[in-house]
Design a protein around this ligand. Structure first.
Ligand code: HEC
Ligand code: HEC
Length: 262
C-alpha cells in the first residue's frame, strides 16, 4: 500500500538531495537543519509516516549510520534473523511495547544497546523536536509493523514543545563554557575528552598540536570538507549542522578550547 507513495517520495527526496549538494558546493556553509513540523488538530498516520520518512532520509541524520553495513543495525530491512524494525521493535525489551521501545531508542539510546553494536547513537531529543520524534517512530513502525502513534502522543508532547519554542533544533543553551558545550552538543558521544567519551572520531586530547584553529573551525562547520586520516570509515557521521546550532561566540569558545589541547 505504501509502495507507490514511497517511490514518489523517493524521487522528490532524490531531487532535494541534489539541490542540497549544489547548495553546499557554494562556498558558504549551508547546513541542513531539521525543519520544525507543525501539525494542527488531527494528524493522520499517513502524514506522520511521510514526515518521518523525509527526516529519516534527510535532515534527521539517521542514514549516516543506519543502512551502511555494520556501523548500526539495519532499520528498513532485516537485521540478522530478525525482520525490519517495525516487526522486531516489540520483542527487544521484555515489557516494552514497540512504541515505548522506539521512543526510548531515540531519546535514551543507551538504555538498551542492541547486541553486537557500540553505544554511539546520539540522543535525538537534542536535535529533533517531540513532533519530529513521534513522526520518526510512526515511520519506523510502518516498516513491517502496525503504526500506533496517534495525535494524542503529539498532544501530550505539545506543552513541552511549545515551551521549548521550536524544540531542541533551536540549539543549545546560551552557555559559552566550552566543556559544557562539548557535553550539551554531544561531541563527547563521538570524541574522547580525557577519560570521558567515545572514539568514533579523533580524540580531542592533542588536537591543538595537529590542527590549527582555522582547521578546527573548518572541521566543525563543514565536517565533510576534509576527512581525518584514519577515520575514513566514519566519514559522514559527524553532524553537518553545528554551524547553525552554535552562536559565533560559542563556536569561538570551542575552537579556542580545542586549539589549546596540545
Ligand atoms: C552515530 C551513529 C547513529 C546515528 C546518527 C543514528 N543511530 Fe540509531 N543506532 C546506532 C547504533 C550503533 C545502534 C545500535 C546500538 C544501540 O542500540 O544503541 C542504533 C540503534 C537504533 C535503534 C534500535 C534498533 C534495534 O534494532 O532495536 C533505532 C530504532 C534507531 N537506532 C533509530 C535511529 C534513528 C531514527 C536515527 C535518526 C534520527 C538514528 N537512529 C541515528 C547508531 C546511530
Ligand atoms: C556522531 C559523531 C560525532 C559527533 C556528535 C561529533 N563529531 Fe566531530 N568527528 C566525528 C568523526 C567520525 C570525525 C572524523 C571524520 C571526519 O573528519 O569527518 C570527526 C572530526 C572532527 C574534527 C576534526 C578532527 C581531526 O583530528 O581531524 C573536529 C575538530 C571535530 N570533529 C569536532 C567536533 C565538535 C566540536 C563536535 C561537537 C560540537 C563534534 N565534533 C561532534 C564524529 C562526530
Amino acid at each position: 500500500m505504501w509502495g507507490t507513495n514511497l517511490k514518489i517520495l523517493g524521487v522528490v527526496l532524490g531531487t532535494i538531495a541534489v539541490y542540497t549538494l549544489l547548495a553546499n558546493a557554494i562556498p558558504q556553509i549551508e547546513s541542513e537543519v531539521p525543519e520544525e513540523l507543525s501539525f494542527t488538530g488531527e494528524v493522520s498516520a499517513e502524514e506522520l509516516i511521510d514526515a518521518g520518512e523525509q527526516l529519516y532520509a534527510g535532515a534527521g541524520g539517521c542514514t549516516a549510520c543506519h543502512g551502511l553495513g555494520t556501523r548500526a543495525p539495519n532499520l528498513l530491512t532485516a537485521q540478522g534473523s530478525e525482520g525490519p524494525i517495525g516487526a522486531r521493535c516489540g520483542n527487544r525489551v521484555p515489557g516494552e511495547d514497540c512504541k515505548t521501545y522506539l521512543h526510548r531508542s531515540m531519546v535514551e539510546p543507551n538504555a538498551h544497546v542492541v547486541d553486537g553494536f557500540q553505544p554511539i547513537m546520539p540522543d535525538m531529543s537534542r536535535t529533533l523536536s517531540d513532533a519530529q520524534i513521534w513522526s520518526m517512530i510512526a515511520y519506523l513502525q510502518s516498516q513491517g509493523g502496525e503504526v500506533t502513534v496517534t495525535s494524542s502522543d503529539l498532544a501530550a508532547a505539545a506543552p513541552d514543545a511549545a515551551s521549548a519554542a521550536g524544540g531542541a533544533a533551536a540549539g543549545p543553551s546560551a552557555t559559552t563554557d566550552p566543556e559544557a558545550l562539548l557535553r550539551e552538543l554531544q561531541c563527547v558521544a563521538c570524541h574522547k575528552l580525557g577519560a570521558e567519551g567515545q572514539e568514533v572520531g579523533p580524540p580531542f586530547d592533542g588536537i591543538g598540536a595537529r590542527l590549527s584553529p582555522d582547521e578546527i573551525r573548518g572541521a566543525i562547520l563543514d565536517p565533510a570538507a576534509t576527512v581525518s586520516p584514519g577515520y575514513e570509515q566514519f566519514a559522514g557521521v559527524m553532524p553537518p549542522n553545528f554551524g547553525s546550532r552554535l552562536t559565533a561566540a560559542q563556536l569561538e569558545a570551542l575552537v579556542g578550547y580545542l586549539a589549546e589541547r596540545r
